[in-house]
Design a protein. Sequence first.
Length: 314
Amino acid sequence: MNQLPNDMQLLLKLHYSLGKTLYSICEGKDVGNTIFLIASQINHGKEFIEKDDALRIPVAKLNMKAGKMALDGCDHKMAYSYFLASESLLPDDSWESCYDLSLLVHLLMARAANSSCRYDEAELTLYKICKRARCLQDKLPAYFLLVTIFLAQGNPVDAYTTCSSILAQLGETVPDVVTVEMVGCIIPETLSMYSRVYSDDWLEKNMKDPKLCNIVKFYSVIGIAAYFCKPTHSPAYFVCKMVQMSLRNGICQQTPLALMQLSLIAFNNTSGIPFNNAMFVRCIAKNAFLLSDKIKSDKTMLCDTYYSGAGHLE
């Protein structure tokens, strides 16, 4: 009976030695799916790795790379296990001694946890990032994933509040209350701006400033949250803010959907403004599709929005 722990210890050391040998042979090479074998074998020797300071970071990076490959292959549970192994090998002062690696590993781990329905683990990891990251720019991906989790869990109020706070930190002013009068002003203003600005020249202009791109991303989410927890006219305000930012600064991944949502707003005439130019509504929707093709953005929500509005005019 006393022999079993020693046998297990020997077996673990054998797996670890095999993994370490494979790692030394393949280090720096693109080994494809073999990376799963290498990481899985070497991870058996965690207690040995933890005693070897020269090996901890390389093996943490190995597990991160394996996790990213699993994530790309949509095996989210496997990805999470590799990211968890990577995180466990980081030194206690990783947020100081290897900040970039720690930030990336934690963000990837949160994404994998969320995709494998480990929502509590995802939220805890995201809150840790928001607490330990050095600047707002580094926190934004974590905040964005956090608000999408809030929405997925049916918690639009927290999503709206978080987006409002982040937009304020990014220099935007989110009104405490979006009034019907505000929406009634911004819709025709946005449609007029679209008529003036939309052109082939504008289509070649990309939104290059990361800060502006993040502002548009958070406007897109706060608009969704507003749909569920604010008066019915509120989402139109945030859609128009997105469209105006794109028209001023260039296109980004959120622009096609924002334009399609603008066509739906015009079609539904939500603010009571006189707008019944069906040809113009169809034109906005068509251009949204063309732009989506150009930048290769997802068309799922684009099509749903189209058939809710401009699609009825065909």
